[in-house]
Design a protein. Sequence first.
Length: 192
Amino acid sequence: ILILRNNGIYTIIPLPDKFFAGQKILWTAIATKESLSKTTITLIYSLSNENGAYIKRTIIDSWLTGRDYSLVPETAVILGFSTENEFDFKLEYKPKSRSKKTSEVFHVKQYAVRNRAAQGIKLTDREVIKFEMLSSQKSETKREQKELAPSKSPVSKKKTNKKAKEKKETAPSELTSGGLLKAAIQKQKKET
């Protein structure tokens, strides 16, 4: 049995008749090499001695029974955990003066699955006050809405398009693209 605690330490033990694992458990699973090698573990954590948040995606593929292994540094506080391969999550930041961004959405697929001993990838330098997991369906519809949404100033775009068309229409044909070279050659021929 694999037991992952909320301090990022996991242990794999043989199946006992009775066992008290403690109250601070993130995840338990039946530990077979086949099932764990296919399961991506994602941890979002912050360090207690500095601001910022980190993400670590890893696969547990080898172990010794009864030994403790740590996935995150000792000073880490785990904000979020998942075994899903694809999901989005939102980090809310502590408000700052002169900063408009109070939250940010991250997509897990953007971050590589790394070795168990590797360090986490830094997501932000800002202090995180809340972690929220978003379903992948919600985030996909939000992305689609952003792509399909009209621009904020359609009138100004139309004006610039009209101006560009007028400039194209007023430009003499010999000045467009490769026509400059032709115009220079013709001018030189006329002078000689």
